[in-house]
Design a protein around this ligand. Sequence first.
Ligand SMILES: C[S@@+](CC[C@H](N)C(=O)[O-])C[C@H]1O[C@@H](n2cnc3c(N)ncnc32)[C@H](O)[C@@H]1O
Length: 219
Amino acid sequence: MGDSPSRQVTSTQTAPHDDLERQLLRHAQTPFAKPIAAYNREAFDVAAARLESIERPLILDSGCGTGDSSRLLAYHYPDHWVVGIDRSADRLSRQRADTPANCLLIRADLIDFWRLAHGHGWKPIQHHLLYPNPEPKPRHLKRRFHAHPVFPTFVALGGRIESRSNWRVYLEELAQALAFHGRASRIEPIPADEPPMTLFERKYRASGQPLWRLISDAL
Ligand SMILES: C[S@@+](CC[C@H](N)C(=O)[O-])C[C@H]1O[C@@H](n2cnc3c(N)ncnc32)[C@H](O)[C@@H]1O
């Protein structure tokens, strides 16, 4: 997947994919039964043990990359847990010493982590999905989280959802997928004078790209 930082997304797809509704229906009807990998279970257990040690509201930062947004959220919400999850050991290894104590950065695959979190009754009050890999080639639709069999679990986790992207079509599809599951959302441009929340946002901004966010308020 192209996560080349400063290049604008180009795609032959200029509107939500024609096949998205069919995928959503299929995934709503068929339970996702792929076995959970041991390393994801171990990572989840480490996070769960920390969270159980002190009761606090939970914020998830899924696909946190270097964790800049997780740290920012943790500073902003000192009485909450912020759990940033990313599968890239390389990105997470760029963690800094100033990561606050209420911020956990975990290496795991979201496809398993979300199912574990849901299975253990986690109820995040906020769920951030910032600059997910857009997978803009139409034939790669199924790689996008909303067209993946795990999506019903992502929705079931609940909370206020915020996703950001430099490809508006991605967010339009996410909005369609959330609506399929009964959740309203809105898409708005991110004001250019807002300080960037993530490393990718900073790079996209520096190259002058328009950026959008989708917000779905908690039910
Ligand atoms: C484009 S980067 C954005 C990173 C960060 N949110 C930012 O804005 O700087 C997408 C991130 O999602 C992570 N990612 C993609 N698929 C994932 C998965 N299935 N599980 C965990 N992380 C994933 C990648 O490793 C990468 O760090």
